[in-house]
Every structure is written in C-alpha cells, then in structure tokens.
Design a protein around this ligand. Structure first.
Ligand code: GLU
Length: 303
C-alpha cells in the first residue's frame, strides 16, 4: 500500500497563532492516525517577509506542542530536501522549462494597473482575472524570452472538477476564476502555485490539508500537476479559525498568538482549544496528542 504523506507548509513571516496550530494539528493527526509521514516545509519564497528567526520559532512552537515531523525542517532531515523553498530554485527552473516546452507559456509585461484597467465593473469581489492581453494569437507556440517579463501559463476555458475530503466536489473554470496565471514573476520570484506543486509532487505528498482560503488554488495546482505529469494529492481544506468578531485570525489577535498561549497555557490546553474548535472533543478541556490520535472523528472532521 502507498505510504500516506502529509505536510505542514508555513510561511515564516511571523509567529504562529491558534489558526496555524489548528491546521497543523489536523494535518498531523490525519497522517499519524494512519501510520503516515508528516513533512515540515518552510515556505520562504518571499524574501521581504520571510525570516529565519520566524522559521526557528515555528519549529520551537511545534516541538512545544509535540507535533514532531518525520522529514524536513530547517535542518532538512530526509532525502527529499532541501525543505526550505528558498533553496529549491533549481527544481523550480526544471519545472518551468517543462512548462515552457509545452508551448503554453508566454511572457507578460502587463503591470497591475494595466490588468485592473481590463476588469469589468461587476468583478468587484477583489478577484482579478487576467484577460490574456499578452497571450500570443497562436498557442501552443515556442516561448520567446523577454527580459523582466513575467511568465504566464495559458488556461483552457474548461471545468476542472476535484473532490475535497472536507468540502466535497468542487468545479472551477480557471479561465473565469483567474485567467492565464503567473508561474514566475517579472522580478524572477517563483509563484506560490508553481513552487507548491513542484514541492508536494517531489516530496511524495499524498494529502494536502490546509486552510480553506486556498480551496480554489487547488484547481490551479491540479492543472499544473497535469501539465508536469504528476499525480495530484488528495486535498482537504479546513475552515479558517476566526476571532470573536468572526474575522479570520491574524497576527493582531494577540490572545490567540503562540506567544500569549505559551505564556499562559500548557501544550495540552492549546491542543484542547484547537481540537475543540475542530469538534474533535465536545467540551473545552486539556487533551494530549495520544488521546486525540485515537479519536475516531479524525477522518470525518465534523467541521
Ligand atoms: N505557505 C502557505 C501558508 O502559510 C500554505 C500553503 C499550502 O499549504 O499550500 O499559508
């Protein structure tokens, strides 16, 4: 039987909060309760926002909770490393070369203002759909390098359907959802979509459990999996943890930050808070990982 491999992929841009712990705990329990392997990957692609000290703090907070990883982390235990995205440039280059060879990539020099100017007034939900301004008239076509241009990938006007373990069947038409999307920015930075697909595929990840703000990104990722010839993992998107005002937790919610939680609670208290929010335990009380791992609700997450 194929080994179950899950992962936690935090961006080291600040201290974790209960929302991050909630996702990490559910992902850890999902794989660990079935004898699988859990990988810690540091998503430090953004050099402006990522700091090593935050990555170290994330590791320290996970150790404090007992959420140990089998592979990955800063020290890079395991044979599928490096586990810091900032060190995986060559692997992304190889994937980009494959995408370019498919003839479906093209250089794009549109600025954000250019793209916003093409949006219809009804598209006011903040989503920006690229209308194909720089797309060549014929595709597939050979990629012509242009300095400082972003690399976009063409998306067909077709529905992509996938089954999320928690959210059920999802159908997304990428042409309507985002349009041709960027796989490498004009400044050379790798897009999240490309990096995450390359990493999950090469690290042998079989299930991606993460916050449901990334639910629709899964369709972009499945499309890249197909083009790169990889098998997509199972997706499981968990609801984001909200504060008392019903707003997604952020670094501003100090009372649920790991800094505050560690100063005022035990690891079992914090695990209890996350497990209670996930409805794994009916009342709020301290709980250990060994109690949770035997909880039969893990596979169903009545969220
Ligand atoms: N690095 C992303 C974050 O911290 C998670 C990406 C993923 O799990 O695919 O929000």
């Amino acid at each position: 039987m194929k080994e179950i491999v899950g992962r936690f992929a935090p961006s080291p841009s600040g201290r974790m909060h209960l929302g991050n712990i909630y996702t990490a705990l559910l992902s850890w329990l999902s794989v660990k309760s079935r004898g699988g392997k859990w990988i810690l990957r540091i998503e430090d692609l953004d050099p402006q926002r990522s700091k090593m000290e935050y990555a170290r703090q994330i590791e320290d907070d996970l150790h404090w909770l007992g959420l140990e990883w089998d592979e990955g982390g800063i020290d890079g235990i395991g044979s599928n490393g490096p586990y810091l995205q900032s060190q995986r440039h060559n692997l992304y280059e190889e994937a980009l070369a494959k995408l370019k060879a498919s003839g479906l990539c093209y250089p794009c020099t549109c600025t954000r203002a250019d793209i916003l100017a093409t949006q219809a007034p009804h598209e006011s939900d903040g989503r920006v759909v690229y209308k194909g301004t720089c797309r060549p008239s014929m595709l597939p076509s050979p990629y012509i390098e242009r300095p400082k241009a972003a690399v976009r990938i063409y998306v067909p006007d077709e529905e992509i359907t996938f089954t999320d373990r928690i959210k059920g069947t999802q159908t997304v038409n990428l042409a309507l959802h985002c349009g041709d999307f960027i796989v490498r920015r004009g400044d050379g930075a790798w897009s999240y979509q490309l990096a995450v697909v390359v990493d999950d595929a090469l690290m042998g990840v079989t299930e991606v459990m993460r916050g449901d703000d990334l639910l629709l990104s899964a369709a972009q990722q499945i499309y890249l999996y197909r083009l790169l010839g990889y098998t997509p993992p199972e997706f499981a998107h968990v609801p984001l943890v909200c504060n008392e005002a019903g707003i997604r937790l952020s670094k501003r919610d100090k009372s649920l930050s790991m800094e505050y939680l560690r100063a005022n609670h035990t690891p079992e208290d914090v695990l209890g808070m996350a497990a209670h929010r996930a409805a794994l335990i009916p009342t709020l009380h301290p709980v250990s990982l060994s109690e949770l791992i035997n909880n039969e609700k893990i596979m169903h997450y009545e969220l």
